[in-house]
Ligand binder design. Sequence first.
Ligand SMILES: NC(=O)c1ccc[n+]([C@@H]2O[C@H](COP(=O)([O-])OP(=O)(O)OC[C@H]3O[C@@H](n4cnc5c(N)ncnc54)[C@H](OP(=O)(O)O)[C@@H]3O)[C@@H](O)[C@H]2O)c1
Length: 267
Amino acid sequence: MSIPAFGLGTFRLTDEAVIASVTQALELGYRVIDTAQIYGNEAAIGKALAQCGIPREELFITTKIWTENLGEDKLIPSLQESLQKLGTDYVDLTLIHWPSPGAAVPVAVSMQQLMTAKAQGLTRQIGVSNFTIPLMEQAIAAVGVENIATNQIELSPYLQNRKVVGWASQHGIHITSYMTLAYGKALKDAVIGQIAQKHNATPAQVILAWAMGKGYAVIPSSTRRENLASNLLAQSLKLDAEDNAAIAGLECNDRLVSPEGLAPQWD
Ligand SMILES: NC(=O)c1ccc[n+]([C@@H]2O[C@H](COP(=O)([O-])OP(=O)(O)OC[C@H]3O[C@@H](n4cnc5c(N)ncnc54)[C@H](OP(=O)(O)O)[C@@H]3O)[C@@H](O)[C@H]2O)c1
């Protein structure tokens, strides 16, 4: 079991917008969809999946458990509701979306619930999101590193998250980069633009290829068919050492996602 390197993000997209994005992406060859209970789009994605005609086993669907559903007796019923909305018997990956605020639900409790969900066949793999080093330590202590398929974190050229990534790689935890494009902000960067020109590629392809080259999975979102199509082609772009060194220099700890009351103390 492993995490596919390339998928489609769906944050902020609901109703017809998410149906259109997912449907076009699937037509173009995407097979990996990232959603979450809090996005309010699982049922719409379920519609798109039901209409697409692609066999379930060819798809890889991730959902994330919202913080209110982390407790014992809550996590599994909430996941069953997600499955119902998505129109599937199982998801491929279930993540804890954010650590429980104030550690109201201990990491060990929610990880154990995820293990039970996996044993019941509701999810093929389990993992975490927005987990810091101390939280990853707790998750490993609870269920063992072999059961943690990924830590999905904000990671872009402007927030390279080296401390977390270094620790995760030393301890065998895979990383998924979210907001790899810094929600479009990094696409206007002059350094990225130069590398794109050099390879006759788009800025988005350069950033996605950089992240995948480092071994991270990526899940860029788009509402535009041409962007969905060109982003997918990032999988065949290979950057060289000079490109990677230039992108390394863009790190500026520019974190875009840190919701008050939800974000842990970042490393
Ligand atoms: N675990 C978490 O807490 C968490 C938090 C945030 C996000 N996520 C996941 O990560 C996914 C990705 O993050 P994101 O959607 O916030 O941001 P993102 O993928 O970094 O950026 C998406 C933005 O970039 C634009 N874009 C995409 N491809 C482009 C291209 N080729 N050229 C020009 N513009 C392009 C899109 O506009 P157009 O629509 O115009 O193409 C959109 O505005 C989310 O959808 C979600 O699934 C997870």
